[in-house]
Design a protein around this ligand. Structure first.
Ligand code: C2E
Ligand code: MG
Ligand code: MG
Ligand code: MG
Length: 290
């Protein structure tokens, strides 16, 4: 009987292995298909940036936006970013696409200004892969600012704690160079990574952006409220501004304002919208009506 059990588990192990390989194959193939479609999409109108308003708490004015990549696939329609951005980040597409995103955002900033909109800060997300080539990222940002004529202090670059922790000394150097150009640096999804407080104080950053996960049930979990309060205090004592993403309700907004968060983003105000709709929001809802 023991032999039989052993035999069975070996056979099952083998089956599991085949199953595993088959499934991995399927995943790799699915990823390759998306990657190919993305290659086709590059440089076409399938890929565009949408803009989510960033609202200053004290004035309730829209002071900027976050540029978020959107993909309108010819047969699938809008593909969720979580499905294709990791594929971009793991392929060689991140080079040209990362550059296009930054260029497009800065260009859009100039277009809005030409259309008479007050100057808007634009936040652009950077991927870890882009950050690895430290010299080229500095050159790329300088180049794009130069080409587009977008003001450096209106550009905000978002990095995650993961990027910051990859190679602390190199990261500090890059951030210092970017800041020397006048670019604003913010740490995205703050609180979800592993940044040691010891490093945090060495990082030349201007903003902490508290992750949405802490906001979701602020009212239900006193712990989340305590964490938010602690991050705000930490940020302010390090002389950084504190942003928060993912505000969906008036209650969350009031709580965060009472706790001295500086700027906020979330579906309560608006999801990310195309450029012309963003301009319309600025013209009609800044300051945001109570
Ligand atoms: P992120 O940089 O943390 O961006 C914020 C995400 O939270 C966006 O999701 C936004 O739509 C979502 N969000 C904002 N407010 C709310 C809210 O009130 N409720 C809910 N449920 N969600 C809210 P999105 O656009 O799906 O992007 C997901 C992630 O994909 C981004 O997280 C960012 O890491 C990445 N990503 C998006 N666009 C780009 C890009 O152009 N370049 C790079 N490198 N990454 C990008
Ligand atoms: Mg972001
Ligand atoms: Mg974020
Ligand atoms: Mg996030």
């Amino acid at each position: 009987n023991a032999d039989l059990a052993m035999f069975r588990s070996k056979a099952e192990g083998r089956n599991n292995y085949h199953f595993y390989v088959a499934q991995m194959d399927a995943e790799v193939r699915a990823r390759k298909l998306i990657e190919n479609d993305l290659r086709q999409a590059l440089g076409t109108e399938q890929l565009e940036l949408h803009y989510q308003p960033l609202v200053e708490m004290s004035s309730r004015r829209i002071v900027g936006c976050e540029a978020l990549l959107r993909w309108n696939h010819p047969t699938r329609g809008w593909v969720p970013p979580g499905e294709f951005i990791p594929i971009i980040e793991r392929s060689d597409l991140i080079g040209p696409l990362g550059r296009w995103i930054l260029h497009r955002a800065c260009q859009q900033g100039r277009e809005w200004q030409r259309d008479g909109l007050e100057p808007m800060k634009i936040a652009v997300n950077l991927s870890p892969a882009q950050f690895k080539q430290t010299q080229s990222i500095i050159a790329m940002v300088a180049d794009i600012l130069d080409q587009t004529g977008f003001a450096p202090d209106q550009l905000q670059l978002e990095i995650t704690e993961g990027i910051a922790m990859q190679n602390v000394d190199a990261t500090i150097e890059v951030l210092q160079s970017l800041r020397a150009m006048g670019v604003v640096i913010s740490i995205d999804d703050f609180g979800t990574g592993y940044s040691s407080l010891n490093y945090l104080k060495r990082f030349p950053v201007d903003k902490l952006k508290i992750d949405r996960s802490f906001v979701v049930d602020i009212g239900l979990h006193p712990d989340n409220a305590a964490v938010v309060e602690a991050i705000v205090n930490l940020g302010h004592s390090l002389r950084t501004r504190v942003n928060v993403e993912g505000i969906e309700t008036k209650e969350q907004l009031d709580f965060l304002q009472a706790h001295k968060v500086d700027e906020a983003q979330g579906f309560y105000f608006s999801k990310a919208v195309p450029a012309d709709q963003f301009a319309h929001l600025v013209r009609t809802k800044s300051p945001w009506p109570a």
